[in-house]
Design a protein around this ligand. Structure first.
Ligand code: HEM
Length: 107
């Protein structure tokens, strides 16, 4: 019971962490970033990745062990939509990161 609540809390807190880092990057990012701002953005991006990994890990732990069991979620279209969106956003973030790194290497 306590572990179940703990995983729910971690999942929820990490989801807020994802939102907070995205907002932070949105506020700080503009066309001409200073070196200090670039460092801040890189740190925020690292935390974004950490929070996303925690959301995913805690989410799967909940789906498999602590909530209704995998057979329930495996047949739930909302869960499929949620996983699909999560994967899509992760893929877009990786593509953006790769294109920025390629531009940086070319500059
Ligand atoms: C950024 C993406 C995500 C956000 C914002 C998010 C948010 C939430 C919220 C608000 C809840 C309901 C509150 C709670 O019970 O804690 C929840 C429940 C849950 N989430 Fe996520 N989640 C995300 C990604 C994921 C992923 C990737 C998985 C699976 C790998 C997952 C698995 C679950 C499960 C199993 C529940 C419990 C559902 C139930 O009560 O039956 N979540 N999530």
């Amino acid at each position: 019971m306590l572990t179940q609540a703990l995983f729910a809390f971690v999942h929820f807190a990490a989801a807020f962490g994802v939102a907070a880092t995205v907002f932070f990057e949105w506020f700080v990012f503009h066309r001409r970033v200073t070196m200090e701002e670039a460092r801040r953005l890189a740190r925020a991006d690292l935390w974004y990745g950490v929070c996303a990994a925690v959301v995913l890990g805690a989410g799967f732990a909940r789906a498999l062990v602590f909530e209704k069991g995998w057979s329930y979620y495996a047949h739930n279209p909302f869960f499929h939509a949620k996983l699909g969106l999560f994967a899509l956003v992760g893929l877009l973030a990786m593509l953006l990161c790769a294109s920025l790194m390629a531009k940086g290497a070319g500059a």
